[in-house]
Design a protein. Sequence first.
Lengths: 179, 118, 162
Amino acid sequence: MGVVQKVPVYLEKIPGGGLITTSLDAVLNWSRASSLWYLLFGTACCAIEGLMCTGASRYDYDRFGMIFRASPRQADLMIVAGTITNKMAKRVKILYEQMSEPKYVIAMGGCAIRGGPFYYDCYSVLRGVDLVIPVDVYVPGCPPRPESILEGCLKLQQKIKKEKVSDWSKTEKFIPEPE
Amino acid sequence: MPSDYAHVGLFLIFGVAFVLIAFFLARLIRPARPNPVKNRNYECGETAVGSAWVQYNVRYYIYALIFVIFDVELVFLFPWAAAYRSLGLFAFVEMFIFLLILIFGLAYAWRKGALKWV
Amino acid sequence: MTAEELTSKIKATFAEKVEELPAVTGIPAFRVKAEHLEEICTTLVSDPELKFDNLSCLGGIDYPETNEIGVVYCLFSFAKRHHLNLRVMMPRENPEVISVSEFWVAANWFERETAELFGIKFKDHPDPRPLLLIEEWDEGYPMRRDWEGKDFIRMPEVGQEK
């Protein structure tokens, strides 16, 4: 990636170079947003609603280009559907790290946002999945209606379409410590 | 004819070049940020214990073997079938003997249980 | 056997080792001392009229008011179709009871869970590893009534939420 990270910066300096970077932006963002393959990561009731029911024929994910993948290596969106316990948090982190860039996360349901109904009186539930992985879109509900989840996916698509090629050189690398 | 071989050669070069260009372009555009946790073996979030070299059932090998044998037989059958009208009785009998040998092979495999998926 | 027949049969077989508890759910319930549990379980499994071959549930209970901690066993018989509940109570300081996984294999995981959540020690357990809590857990026994942990947030009383 070394050369290509610098190219957009130089491209923008030459007159007319902005045209190239913005068209490149548009093409790349459109292609990423239109085929978000999501990782089947469901731990509790939200998995039934948000992964199975929304993926079935009435509210379809496939019409947005979203196909489920079982392996994080082949997915670029992780819909965290369900309660995350402290024991599961470590595994969530490892799975998130094993996804390839560009990767996005939707925190679905009350439990993934702030621990949901398990915020009080619970010794083992992680109060929000954004304590371990960075989240792009939060979809509230317990469980959220499929329409809400699809609205969340559309918001994520809008967020992706605002990305810029010239930001590639500015992202710093985060290297987690291995276990 | 030389021009026919040229067609085949061009097809070959184009095929190889297409694949290489696709990989190279993808390599330019995609982000690449390897880190130690990302490069670990995938085991649903757990740490993998032991080696992944396990013993597989021999049924997969036998299935592939039978497929290869009869696939090669078909490769010989297709040109014969395509030029059937212009070949005479001699070709028919000769191909029939070839098929007979392979039918013996099929009967042997059948008898030995190689066609059962157990 | 009906519940009354079962109650009388248990009382006849074990005499003073069991103490009858009020059967709130219609299932006969008995209180047993921890040292008698092993012979009682042997009889319950092997007696041809009782034949309790299935352990439906095993759980811990905690009564800090009377300073007791205990284990509840819910037994069922497929052959005779009757239920039984046993309760073993121990002092809270050092709760120890024999493991029943030699009689009913299902007790294995139930006892692992109860041991790590209540702190009850099951003697002769074949596999005494923790089951549910995280590997680095060092904050005590969460299901005891008087447990307070580092991150534990109690539900505020009604009318006093911020």
